[in-house]
Every structure is written in structure tokens, then in C-alpha cells.
Design a protein around this ligand. Structure first.
Ligand SMILES: Nc1nc2c(ncn2[C@@H]2O[C@H](COP(=O)(O)OP(=O)(O)OP(=O)(O)O)[C@@H](O)[C@H]2O)c(=O)[nH]1
Ligand SMILES: [Mg+2]
Length: 367
């Protein structure tokens, strides 16, 4: 993941390092300085010029010691003085053209426009605010500023679903999977079933996609393969009712989690969005997860935003990370929804799922 983005950014850093013009600004700053007691020292100085006998020298050392001791006991005086310092930073003029290249690199890698702008602005502010450290190259400063800006965009708090499941009392935790057609919802339900079962959490699948032909059968295949119970009805039946039944069934059987599948839909399809709103209204899911196809890049981020506005999501899962060389959706989605990415889908097997955390992303991009 991020292969393409990394390559682009490397080119950008090289170029930026060469093109960045640094400027030095001299400034006077007020500093507090301690004033030493120097009276006795000046008196003693002419003595040093004379040739000293051994005894004289010994006495002198003794004398100096005493003076030192008495100095230490005296309260130190302070005074404010003006000091000249030189600050070095990248000039704003050269930054503007450099950051334009950064904007392009991010956009080419499917980072959403609003997120690209935010990252670029943040990088610029950081570079203008901070001076270059001694010996620090412009390239290094730009890299650290961008890294901090990306870290900042990814900071939206996290969601520990395992903890949330364990804390739930009085019935199963309902996790609802929503998203665009073919984004990987049903496959992700299979992966979640495996992750949760491995942690000793019992699960049940709810065939809430009553819209697409063969969707129920598809979930059934996963349920059988993973030996997980499933609640399903006829195609065309009410999705909200299927999920309601599944929750009741799980409650009766003491099952910990219901994994609710839903039909893929575009946020522009008002009828299907109304159906999803009804599923949410009737069943009040504990966790609603937006499943996005990372290959669709910017679109995945836009969809996540729309689903969040329509039904409210708690987190995202990005699938097909194994095929994504750009990583734009991964950078944009949490900022656009203000909800964390919790897992990445990394293949078509049940075990192909990885916990996501922002540090991992930053490390990957800047390694
Ligand atoms: N490479 C790869 N393929 C994936 C991943 N997740 C899902 N897929 C594949 O993507 C395709 C669509 O997955 P589904 O789980 O059917 O997607 P969906 O969102 O349920 O689709 P609809 O029900 O039609 O909306 C399938 O061929 C999956 O095997 C992933 O992480 N990596
Ligand atoms: Mg599906």
C-alpha cells in the first residue's frame, strides 16, 4: 500500500529540498542574565602578574576558594539584556511553489481535495512557524512538517469494538455494515466473524441484503464455512425486520454479536437510503461500520461522508488495501467523517484483515 504515493513524495522531497530557499532573520530578543559578583576578582588581577612564591600561590588558592564560597551564598542578581539572534527558515515565497507540488502529489494519489488542502496548509503553517534547527536541511524540515500534518489529519479518536462488545449488557451487540455496491461488506462480515470467534465472542449473521439476487446465498456460504448461525428471509422481504429477528434470536440464544449485512447502495439512491434509515431506526445498531473500497479512492471518502450524514457511522473499514498503491482513501476518510478506520481488508481470505492505526500509516508512508 502507498507504493505510488511514496514514490511521488520522494520525488517531491528531493525537489523541494533543492528549491527551498532559506532566509535568515536577525532579531533582538530580551533575555534574563545572571550578574556575577566581580568586584574582588578585579582587585586581585594585578597580583597575578607578579612572580609568586609557592606559599603565595597556596594562599591565593585558599583565598579564591573562600571568595567562591561566599559568592555561592550571595543571592544572584538578574538583569534583562537585548541579545541578537539569527533565525533561519524556509521563505514563504519558495514554499508556495513547493507546496503546489505537494498538493499535486496528494491529489494524484486520490487524497480528497479538502483533505489535500488541509494537509498542505498545515504543512505550510508548521514550516513558517518553526525555524530550521542547526544543521537541519530544508528537505528534512519539510518531511517532518508533512508527517506531523498527516498525523494531525488522522487524529479522530479510536473505537475499540472488542471492548465495546464486552461492555454491552442485556443483549447482543448489533454491528451493521453499510456502503456502496461491491465494496466488500459481505466478505468483511465473514472476516469479522472469524476475528470475533478467535477472541471467544459468539456471532450470528443477519442476511439484511434482501435486495440483490444471490446476496442471501452469498452470506449463507460464509456462515456455513465459518460454522456461524444465520437468520435470513425471502429475497424482497423487509431488511429492518430480518435484522430485528436476528437480534431477538441472538438474545434468546445468548449470542454476543449480530453481524448485519445490508444491500450495497449509492448515497444518491434515495429509496435505498430511506430503507437503510429504517433499518437503523428500527434496530438502533450499537456500531455502524462504513465499508469502503480503497481502490475507489476519493469516491470512498465522499461516500463515507454521505453515509455518515444519512445514518451516522461509528467507524470505517477499508477493503482491497492489498491492491491499492495510492492510499488516498486511507488518508482522507477519517478526516472527512471524523470517525476512525478500524480495520483494513487485505485479501479475499477470512484471515485477510488487519487492525488499522494511524501510526502504521505514517510509518508506511515515511519509512
Ligand atoms: N482483494 C480483495 N478483495 C476483496 C476484499 N474484500 C472484498 N473483496 C472482494 O470484493 C468483491 C466484493 O465483495 P462483497 O463482499 O461481495 O462486497 P459487498 O459490498 O457485499 O457487495 P454488494 O453486496 O454487491 O454491495 C468480492 O469479490 C470480494 O472477494 C479485500 O480486502 N481484498
Ligand atoms: Mg454484499
Amino acid at each position: 500500500m502507498f507504493g505510488n504515493l511514496k514514490k511521488k513524495l520522494k520525488g517531491f522531497f528531493d525537489k523541494a529540498g533543492k528549491e527551498a530557499e532559506t532566509e535568515e532573520v536577525e532579531e533582538e530578543v530580551l533575555v534574563e542574565e545572571e550578574i556575577e559578583e566581580i568586584k574582588e576578582d578585579t582587585k586581585k588581577k594585578p597580583k597575578e602578574k607578579k612572580k609568586k612564591s609557592k606559599k603565595d600561590a597556596e594562599e591565593e588558592v585558599e583565598e579564591e576558594k573562600k571568595t567562591e564560597d561566599s559568592k555561592a551564598e550571595k543571592p544572584r542578581k538578574k538583569r534583562s539584556i537585548l541579545k541578537k539572534i539569527t533565525r533561519r527558515h524556509i521563505s514563504e515565497k519558495s514554499l508556495d511553489s513547493i507546496l503546489w507540488e505537494l498538493e499535486l502529489a496528494l491529489l494524484e494519489n486520490d487524497v480528497a481535495k479538502e483533505v489535500t488542502e488541509r494537509i498542505t496548509e498545515d504543512t505550510k503553517e508548521r514550516l513558517l512557524e518553526t525555524d530550521l534547527k542547526k544543521g537541519e536541511t530544508a528537505e528534512k524540515a519539510i518531511t517532518s512538517a508533512l508527517k506531523a500534518a498527516i498525523e494531525n489529519t488522522l487524529e479522530v479518536g479510536d473505537l475499540d469494538i472488542i471492548e465495546k462488545i464486552r461492555e454491552k449488557e442485556g443483549g447482543p451487540t448489533l454491528i451493521l455494515f453499510v456502503g456502496f455496491n461491491g465494496s466488500g461488506k459481505t466478505m468483511t462480515i465473514g472476516k469479522f466473524a472469524q476475528v470475533l470467534q478467535n477472541k471467544g465472542i459468539s456471532v450470528l449473521m443477519a442476511a439484511g441484503d434482501t435486495f440483490r439476487a444471490a446476496a442471501i446465498e452469498q452470506l449463507d456460504v460464509h456462515a456455513k464455512a465459518l460454522k456461524v448461525p444465520i437468520v435470513k428471509q425471502q429475497r424482497g422481504s423487509d431488511a429492518a425486520a430480518v435484522i430485528y429477528d436476528a437480534v431477538e434470536h441472538a438474545k434468546a440464544k445468548g449470542i454476543d454479536v449480530v453481524l448485519g449485512d445490508t444491500a450495497g447502495r449509492s448515497h444518491a439512491d434515495l429509496n435505498l437510503m430511506d430503507e437503510l434509515k429504517k433499518v437503523v431506526r428500527v434496530n438502533n445498531p450499537d456500531i455502524t461500520i462504513f465499508v469502503g473500497d480503497s481502490l475507489t479512492g476519493n469516491d470512498a471518502a465522499e461516500q463515507a461522508k454521505s453515509f455518515n450524514e444519512a445514518v451516522g457511522i461509528d467507524a470505517s473499514v477499508l477493503t482491497k488495501a492489498d491492491c491499492d498503491v495510492k492510499g488516498g482513501a486511507c488518508i482522507s476518510i477519517s478526516h472527512m467523517t471524523e470517525k476512525p478506520i478500524i480495520y483494513l481488508g487485505t485479501g479475499q481470505g477470512y484471515e485477510d484483515i488487519e487492525e488499522f492505526n494511524p501510526d502504521w500509516l505514517v510509518e508506511k508512508v515515511f519509512e
